[in-house]
Design a protein around this ligand. Structure first.
Ligand SMILES: Cc1ncc(COP(=O)(O)O)c(C=O)c1O
Length: 359
């Protein structure tokens, strides 16, 4: 909500009129100007123009106040116990899990929310647990974040094969026919994992989410890196059904910074084998018998103690952007990004520039 609000350097009335004529949808997002005054006035007080939306969103002041009030009015104990303070923490964390599913319109019968420290940890959970073996395939686009690229090290360590699908300049998009040919090479009876970013943090390109069902129909498990996409776009998991989704909450609403999630299809999560166990991930482990039994559900993937004082702030963050309106945020960013691209293009060619659409 930072880059998307007019900055302290006010444009001239004429410039603003030209901008609004070119991007009329912007006018319908003026509620965000009021939000800037009520929630983000520190930007103006300190003279910041903050544009790093994919790097990290900014939190509204009320998010922090509501979280502080929640902490001050509850006694929270480690959820790995059963005393009243522990039960309160568990209730808040579980409520937050339900809220995340609801926000992404994911059915609780189909999806499970696993809390992680960030998107990278969510991606690593998939990489380290995916049952790669010789003959298996890891397919990914060129424009992935390094935390997706890093999965190839797990893949190689288990003798599986990695294939990259190129993106072509100047648009940095994937050739659809080449992608379909690669998807056709899924090996029957083997484990095939296809990973792509819903929005690339390298190019800003948003890939077609239709790839998800296409790939699944051809025998792939699909890992969708949604970290750069979800801050300004609705990811509707009742419409799209990737097997694994990775994201960081701080990119969406700035606070808390130590929380992300792996949202996984229950069926797909059953394929994963954790390479180790830890406190919290098991029902029981025997030192003498050298055996252990994994916990059921999300707990099997959440090593040690969750950040149970921070996680309730995720629910407050989701409330915050829901109240601002994700569609309004999306429109604002679409207009400003389009305008920026248009101006940059004009700058490069020394002319007025074409109107560049950004979705
Ligand atoms: C597309 C994408 N994937 C993954 C990440 C990694 O996120 P984090 O650093 O929060 O783990 C980022 C961060 O910029 C990103 O943009």
């Amino acid at each position: 909500m930072n880059a998307i609000l007019s900055g302290p350097v006010a444009p001239s009335a004429q410039r603003r009129a030209e901008f609004l004529a070119a991007w009329p949808a912007f006018a319908a997002t003026e509620a965000l100007d009021r939000l800037r005054q009520s929630e983000f006035s520190r930007l103006d007080r300190q003279g910041h123009v903050y544009l790093d939306f994919t790097g990290g969103g900014l939190y509204g002041e009320s998010q922090v106040r509501r979280h502080a009030n929640l902490l001050a009015s509850h006694v929270l104990g480690n959820p790995h116990s059963r005393n009243p303070t522990s039960r309160t923490a568990t209730e808040l964390v579980e409520r937050c899990r339900r809220r995340v599913l609801e926000f992404f319109r994911a059915s609780p019968e189909e999806y499970l929310v696993i809390f992680t420290a960030n998107a990278s940890q969510a991606l690593k959970l998939v990489g380290e647990s995916y049952p790669f073996a010789p003959g298996d395939e890891f397919l990914l686009t060129y424009d992935n974040h390094n935390s997706v690229n890093g999965i190839r090290e797990f893949d190689r360590a288990h003798g599986a094969h990695t294939t990259y699908i190129p993106v072509a300049p100047p648009e940095m998009r994937v050739d659809g026919a080449a992608l379909q040919r690669s998807l056709d090479r899924a090996r029957p009876g083997r484990h095939n994992l296809f990973a792509f970013p819903a929005q690339s943090n390298f190019s800003g390109v948003q890939h077609p989410l239709e790839w998800i069902a296409d790939a699944q129909a051809k025998g792939w498990d699909v890992l969708l890196d949604a970290a750069a996409f979800v801050p300004t776009n609705r990811l509707d998991l009742s419409r799209w059904h990737p097997d694994f989704v990775a994201l960081s909450f701080y990119k969406m609403f700035g606070y808390p910074t130590g929380a992300g999630a792996l949202i996984g299809r229950r069926e797909a999560l059953c394929k994963l084998h954790r390479p180790w166990f830890a406190g919290g991930t098991i029902e029981v482990a025997s030192v003498q018998a050298d055996r252990y039994a994994m916990a059921a559900g999300a707990a099997a993937f959440e090593d040690g103690t969750l950040d149970y004082t921070s996680l309730p702030a995720v629910e407050l963050g989701l409330d915050f952007i829901e109240a601002a309106g994700l569609d309004v945020i999306h429109q604002r960013v679409r207009c400003l990004t389009g305008w920026l691209l248009q101006r940059l293009a004009a700058f490069l060619v020394g002319g007025a520039g074409e109107k560049v659409e950004h979705h």
